[in-house]
Structures are given as structure tokens and as C-alpha cells.
Design a protein around this ligand. Structure first.
Ligand code: GRF
Length: 215
């Protein structure tokens, strides 16, 4: 049996995606949860699950380079195989990103490459798209622009608000994120040298989502 992988999860707030990972019975050791905010709700949840937590506050550092260096130092204490960004709301320097190439993934609440950045649900509603969703991707220096591992699509309903749409997307985030981490930890998914993601799967299931539905 290959050694069990170690992961470190980075959060900034509520931590519901982190909690989905903690509950997923993943084939890896969750070494620590690190937040850039001391009052992140997710820290309490992690502690309740008996996971080590740490805070590296961006406010304590003069610039992004200094913060990222401190963050990397804290992460590296745990010698993780993978770094999992679960609602971690800081833009990372290129140096930090390169340090963890192929070992750092992020969950984003849109069907990338559409709607990078923030306020994805409000922007999707504004544009009148009929299908929206979420993506898990490897982190590269391009904000929310790294190679995609898995996505889930949901319909946009005509009376949706950013809140109702967000809840529908979040439900799917909690499904695809543990799947992506499971693939990584089992060495079933990887970032290839050509910058593409490969996932070892026997077959690809799924059905077409048409929104609104056909009569
Ligand atoms: C999620 O929608 C995630 O996709 C985005 O930030 C939100 C974090 O929520 N990056 P939570 O902290 O995981 O509950």
C-alpha cells in the first residue's frame, strides 16, 4: 500500500466546503486547517473534528510576499502532499503558487472559465445564463484560471436570487470537492507536464442538463 497522503486545508470563513471534506471519510490524513482570519467560523468546526488549526493573519504582514512566506512556512510544517483551498479568499503570489505546482487545488463557484473572481452568482443572474455551477481546479498564477479537474452544473431558475442560486451551487460544491480530493489522494488525478489534467476513470457517466427543460 502506498503511504497515506497528507493534506492541509486553507480557509477564510464559514468553512462549509472544508466541513464537507472532513465528513467525507477521505483516504488521506487532514494534517491541519489554516485560516488567514482568526474569527473564521470554519476554525471552530475543524477543532470540533479534532483537526489541528493555525491562523496566519494577512494583517500581520506588510505585503503579499511577506504573508505568503509566513503562510508557506506554516503549511510546510505539516509536510502536506496537497494544499486544498476551501474558500480561501486571498490572492496568492506567483512564487507561492509555483512552490506548490500540481499540489494545490481550489473550489470556485462558477463554471470556469466563466465568472472568475467574486460575486459569481449575481453576475450569472445579471447575464441571464440558464446554467451555472462550480469547478475544482489546480491553482496556477492566473486567478481561477488553472486546469479544471471536475465541474458540476445546475439550472438557473427564473425567480433565483444570488442567495438561492448560491445555495444550489454550494450543494454541488460539497459533492465535487471531496471527489476531487479523493482522486488526488488515490493518485487517480494529476496535473500533467503539458498543463492538462488527467483522471483515471473506467467510464464517464452523466446526462445532459437542458435549462429550462424541453416541453
Ligand atoms: C464557496 O462558494 C467557494 O466556492 C468559494 O467561497 C465559498 C466558501 O464557502 N471559493 P465555505 O467557506 O466553504 O462555506
Amino acid at each position: 500500500m502506498p503511504a497515506q497522503k497528507n493534506i492541509v486545508i486553507l480557509i477564510s470563513g464559514r468553512g462549509s466546503n472544508m466541513e464537507a471534506l472532513l465528513r467525507a471519510n477521505l483516504p488521506c490524513r487532514i494534517a491541519a486547517v489554516i485560516s488567514n482570519k482568526a474569527d473564521a467560523q470554519g476554525l471552530e468546526t475543524a477543532r470540533a473534528h479534532g483537526i489541528d488549526t493555525a491562523v496566519v493573519s494577512h494583517r500581520d504582514y506588510a505585503d503579499r510576499e511577506a504573508f505568503d512566506a509566513a503562510l508557506a512556512q506554516e503549511i510546510d510544517r505539516y509536510q502536506p502532499d496537497f494544499i486544498i483551498l476551501a474558500g480561501f479568499m486571498r490572492i496568492l503570489t506567483d512564487g507561492f503558487v509555483h512552490r506548490y505546482t500540481g499540489r494545490m487545488i481550489n473550489i470556485h463557484p462558477s463554471l470556469l472559465p466563466a465568472y472568475t473572481g467574486v460575486d459569481t452568482h449575481a453576475r450569472a443572474l445579471q447575464d441571464g445564463v440558464k446554467i451555472h455551477g462550480c469547478s475544482v481546479h489546480f491553482v496556477t498564477p492566473a486567478l481561477d484560471g488553472g486546469p479544471i479537474i471536475i465541474q458540476a452544473a445546475v439550472p438557473v431558475l427564473h425567480d433565483d436570487t444570488p442567495q438561492t442560486l448560491s445555495a444550489r451551487v454550494l450543494h454541488e460544491e460539497h459533492r465535487i470537492f471531496p471527489q476531487a480530493v479523493r482522486w488526488l489522494c488515490r493518485d487517480q488525478a494529476r496535473l500533467d507536464s503539458d498543463g492538462r489534467v488527467s483522471v483515471d476513470r473506467m467510464e464517464q457517466l452523466g446526462s445532459t442538463l437542458i435549462s429550462p427543460g424541453l416541453d
